[in-house]
Design a protein around this ligand. Structure first.
Ligand code: MG
Length: 289
């Protein structure tokens, strides 16, 4: 199932995208978090509703919002989770290259969440070093603590595409990543959540990012250093994961700041992030957005 949060003149709802259009799932849940909270029961009711549906909304008639427009808490992110990205980042900073022994973890504020096709605000007086980072996003399906790697995939509800847009100057200036990773609109996600059952192997998906049509990042989730079970094991150790939590699994090489010379986004640029079999998001950088 491809689950969306959509907006029409009548309001905001949750739905599923099928070949004939969107099936409204508001009879089951008012929003995506409530649907995730229902667990397997919610998904089986959704598939029954989809099977019986005779009314469909055309994708062109609705606006797709971030699948989880207001997460319960910050997006949890892995840094340096692809070896080639760890190398380019550390080299660009003049630091000795060593792969992380434990996952590097930081978060992005919920205010940074943005829709799959919405503008990324640009204000040069705040940051002149806005950078792209395509990532596979994992949506947690149920509450859990001290989850063993062998059971971790049972906690995955589905997948989405994340652009971990980063203000590099703020990221370095303030030492901790939180501020530089949390400017408004700097976490476009979507366009939907693909439920876990539809992705045969989440560690075998191409991930790519294009800026103004030019390929900047191109890798595969098989190159992650800490795979999804290991990531969930580390995150959940002594810290309860909640349904609807979003985990951004890290970006591959090809980010702007590590390029020679460095490249950053400017007003007017179009950033397209794609994860194979999950989807593609497309966001314009806009001054004053
Ligand atoms: Mg990232």
């Amino acid at each position: 199932m491809k689950l969306v949060t959509f907006q029409t003149d009548h309001g905001i709802g949750v739905g599923a995208v099928g070949p004939k259009g969107i099936v409204d799932l508001s009879a089951i849940a008012p929003d995506m978090l409530s649907l995730i909270d229902l667990g397997a029961e919610g998904l089986s009711r959704a598939s029954a509703l989809i099977g019986a549906a005779d009314k469909f909304l055309d994708l062109t008639e609705v606006k797709l919002l971030a699948p989880i427009p207001t997460p319960r808490r910050n997006v949890m992110c892995l840094g340096l989770n692809y070896a080639e990205h760890a190398e380019e980042s550390l080299q660009a900073k003049g630091v000795k290259v060593a792969l992380p022994e434990y996952p590097m973890i930081f978060t992005k504020g919920t205010n940074s969440i943005n829709g799959p096709y919405d503008d990324i605000p640009f204000d040069a007086s705040i940051s002149e070093e806005i950078d792209w980072e395509v990532e596979l996003g994992v949506i947690v399906g149920r509450s859990g603590k001290n989850i063993a790697a062998g059971e971790a995939m049972d906690y995955v509800f589905g997948y989405t595409v994340v652009n971990d847009v980063s203000a590099r100057d703020l990221q370095w200036k303030h030492q901790q990543f939180f501020k530089g990773k949390s400017l408004d609109g700097c976490c476009p996600i979507g366009p939907w959540i693909v439920t876990a059952d539809e992705i045969a192997d989440p560690h075998e998906l191409d991930v790519s990012c294009r800026v103004n049509g030019v390929l900047k990042q191109n890798s595969n989730t098989r190159n992650m250093i800490f795979n999804i079970p290991e990531t969930i094991r580390h995150l959940s150790a002594g810290m309860t994961l909640l349904p609807g939590d979003i985990i951004a699994t890290g970006t591959p090489s090809g980010v702007g700041f590590a390029r020679k010379p460095p490249e950053f986004l400017k007003a007017g640029d179009l950033v397209e992030c794609e994860v194979e079999n999950v989807g593609k998001i497309s966001n314009r950088v806009v001054a004053g957005a």
